[in-house]
Design a binder for this molecule. Structure first.
Ligand SMILES: CCC(=O)SCCNC(=O)CCNC(=O)[C@H](O)C(C)(C)COP(=O)(O)OP(=O)(O)OC[C@H]1O[C@@H](n2cnc3c(N)ncnc32)[C@H](O)[C@@H]1OP(=O)(O)O
Ligand SMILES: O=CC(=O)O
Ligand SMILES: [Mg+2]
Length: 381
């Protein structure tokens, strides 16, 4: 059963849906756990759209301010490779400050910490997880082995539990695969999410980024315009990551003035199944977000089917005929995927189906058959 509760966002208060799983989890951790969760951290298993994930150096307030004014799905304040070794401490302080002073609007706000193997990750986590405003998402780079992810869960959960203030329901975690050994171990890394760990964690592993430039370095390849040296890794990553229902985020194109090439590369990634792409410059954002958005026709198709679906639910029909096709839950779920992307692309309003969902819920409740309970349909759109 889903319930509505008030949550805290980047400066705004609004209502979100919180799952039974989140409530169970909250009961487990008792009073130390707040009802205050970030609006993008609903914990309902539906990934936050990240068509473009824009990095910027964590100590660069000018770029952060610029990013806050952009229409970008995800802003990633970097503590890793965009920050020189002798600027790490200053960058941590700057990121903590930026998290509470800048309003990033609808963007998912991520912080990329340093790799576990760097020895810097614990200091990063201590600073970030003690911040007054926590990020929606943490990006953990260079994950070579499942033990690194286990270390992350243990360390960050302990740090959050020891905070005097209330803690959020779920923070999303994105891992990066960036080496030959990381690619070999990717399945085991994704499996960490399937064992007990994340059920009881403050973190939810939501996606995997292919760090193509580090990966190329690790296998002794040189990056080319054609990306041919990344062909195997890109296909392997998207197949493995999707097998675990996680979000797959494609490689960076560092040639930030070459927007036609970027468009072709992003469209290719989208066609292969990636959900989004890392970017490093504001000019890349609209090109990439367009490439990872559905077409007008796809949106029309999805909206028409969802309208018909809610009508038919009210009539008590799970499978129905629409334009010569049989529609039931798998097609509805595909339409919901398109709808979520369309909302992220501002092609349809987020509340497009709210009235229909309410009507469907009322119809379900009045029959007393729990018709809409537990199926997740209509939630988190
Ligand atoms: C490949 C492996 C990785 O790990 S990638 C992740 C790590 N690297 C990064 O985070 C680098 C991010 N990008 C950058 O730092 C910059 O884009 C670089 C490449 C240095 C170019 O900066 P710059 O010379 O200022 O570019 P520009 O004059 O064309 O900038 C125009 C205006 O846009 C801003 N801008 C630039 N990059 C960003 C960004 N990433 N996020 C937000 N804003 C950005 C500039 O500050 C500049 O703004 P303004 O017009 O002066 O106010
Ligand atoms: O972190 C990104 C990469 O390409 O390396
Ligand atoms: Mg990297």
């Amino acid at each position: 059963m889903l319930t509505r509760m008030m949550v805290r966002g980047a400066g705004a208060r609004r209502s979100v849906l919180v799952t039974a799983a989140a409530q169970t989890w909250r009961r487990r951790y008792g009073s130390g756990v707040s009802d205050e969760v970030h609006p993008l951290s609903e914990g309902n298993g539906e990934p936050t759209p990240r068509r473009a994930l824009l990095y910027l150096p964590g100590h660069d307030e000018r770029k952060a301010t610029k990013a806050a004014g952009l229409d970008v799905d995800c802003v990633c304040l970097d503590l890793e490779d965009a920050v020189a070794l002798n600027r790490k401490e200053g960058a941590r302080k700057s990121v903590v400050n930026l998290l509470s002073t800048l309003d990033f609007g609808e963007s998912d706000v991520a912080v990329r910490i340093n790799a576990v193997s760097s020895g810097l990750a614990k200091e990063d986590l201590k600073a970030i997880l003690a911040a007054d405003t926590l990020p929606n998402t943490i990006v953990l780079p260079k994950v070579d082995r499942p033990s690194e992810l286990e270390w992350f869960f243990d360390t960050s959960d302990r740090l959050l539990r020891n905070q005097p203030r209330d803690t959020p329901a779920k923070i999303k975690l994105i891992t990066q695969v960036e080496s030959g050994i990381g690619l070999l171990n990717l399945q085991s890394v994704c499996e960490v999410d399937r064992v007990d760990l994340t059920a009881s964690s403050f973190f939810q592993h939501e996606g995997v980024i292919l760090g193509g430039d580090d990966y190329a370095a690790s296998i002794g390849a040189t990056r080319s315009r054609s990306n041919v040296e990344l062909l195997y890794a890109r296909q392997q990553v998207v197949a493995t990551v999707k097998a675990f229902g996680l979000q797959a985020i494609d490689v960076v194109n560092i040639h930030f003035t070459e927007l036609d090439a970027l468009r072709a590369e992003a469209e290719e990634g989208a066609a292969w199944g990636f959900d989004g792409k890392q970017v490093i410059h504001p000019a890349q954002v609209p090109v990439v977000q367009r490439a990872f958005s559905p077409s007008e026709q796809q949106v029309e198709w999805a909206v028409a089917i969802l309208d018909a679906f809610y009508d038919n639910q009210i009539k008590g029909k799970g499978a129905f005929s629409h334009d010569g096709q049989m529609i039931d839950m798998p097609t509805v779920l595909q339409c919901k995927n398109v709808f979520r992307l369309a909302v992220a692309a501002k092609m349809v309003p987020a509340d497009r189906f709210d009235a229909a969902i309410r009507e469907m819920e009322l119809a379900g409740n009045s029959e007393g058959d729990g018709g809409s309970e537990g199926d997740g349909v209509g939630k988190g759109q």
